[in-house]
Design a protein. Structure first.
Length: 274
């Protein structure tokens, strides 16, 4: 698996730039709420595209580049890395689900090596859970929060309402988020030195390192119009990262009309199928 910086930049220099920043990992889950929240952060912070990861373990995906006001050249791929230098935040946007049976390979050969090589200061896993399957003990909670150092997290993150349920036992985590957290805590065997796989890219390999400072943040949602859910999740995430809330969220053009909020043109030339 390889790390591919854009514009032919030196892979090691780009990884060095990401070092110490806070990584956001959105899990493909109900309503794609984590992906929508990540889109909000990418366009609001804003964060710039700096690299891509191999996406052979995902369903094939390519699309035009999303934008706010002016169209951009190029294509969007399944796994893209965005970076905000001002806020020291890195976002790994995953735009396509993992192929069946390849989850373990995806985590052990791609995600974990990337996280360890970049030496992020913190990793926040975003997930959405089905509100219709919420258990009684979480009925008053919109969000669930877990951290491998929960005491340290709660020292600086003050919970002011009952919307957040704090999980102290990792066994209570579920879904892809739990698999990611488990993968971070697996013992890593020492590997050979890294070398470029192809020109302009860097082969990823697991390397021994200190334990990863990980946080799990989940929101309960229903399938449907999840635009407001994503804003709530993004807002809660900024609280966890100690970043000031924006006066207004910036939404990309791909959001327009998705949930029926775009006026339908009328007439022969601009009818319903335009």
């Amino acid at each position: 698996m390889s790390f591919h910086p854009i514009h032919g930049q030196d892979p090691l220099k780009v990884l060095k730039q990401l070092e110490g920043s806070q990584l956001i990992l959105p899990v493909v889950s109900i309503g794609n709420t984590p992906q929508l929240a990540s889109d909000l952060l990418i366009h609001t912070l804003p964060a710039k595209l700096v690299a891509r990861l191999d996406d052979i373990y995902l369903y094939p995906f390519a699309s035009p580049v999303d934008y706010v006001s002016e169209p951009k050249q190029g294509i969007t791929s399944g796994l893209e890395i965005y970076y905000s230098e001002q806020h020291q935040v890195t976002i790994l946007q995953q735009r396509s689900p993992i192929l069946p049976g390849l989850t373990t390979k995806f985590l052990k050969e791609l995600i974990v090596p990337f996280v360890r090589m970049a030496q992020f200061g913190k990793v926040v896993v975003l997930q959405s859970n089905d509100a219709g399957l919420r258990e009684d003990k979480n009925v008053d909670h919109v969000f669930l929060l877990w951290a491998n150092d929960i005491a340290k997290t709660l020292e600086t993150f003050k919970i002011s309402d009952n919307s957040i349920g704090v999980i102290s036992d990792k066994s209570e985590l579920d879904g892809m988020g739990k698999l990611i957290i488990d993968a971070f805590e697996d013992q890593i065997e020492e590997t050979s030195s890294l070398g470029p796989e192809v020109k302009g890219s860097l082969k990823l390999a697991s390397t021994p390192s200190a334990s990863i400072d990980a946080i799990f943040l989940s929101i309960f949602v229903y399938e449907g119009d999840n635009s407001n859910d994503s804003k709530q999740l993004a807002s809660q995430l900024l609280r966890v990262l100690h970043i000031h809330q924006p006066a207004e969220w910036t939404t990309p053009v791909s959001w327009r009309g998705v949930y029926g909020n775009k006026q339908i043109p009328v007439g022969m030339e601009y009818g319903v199928y335009t």
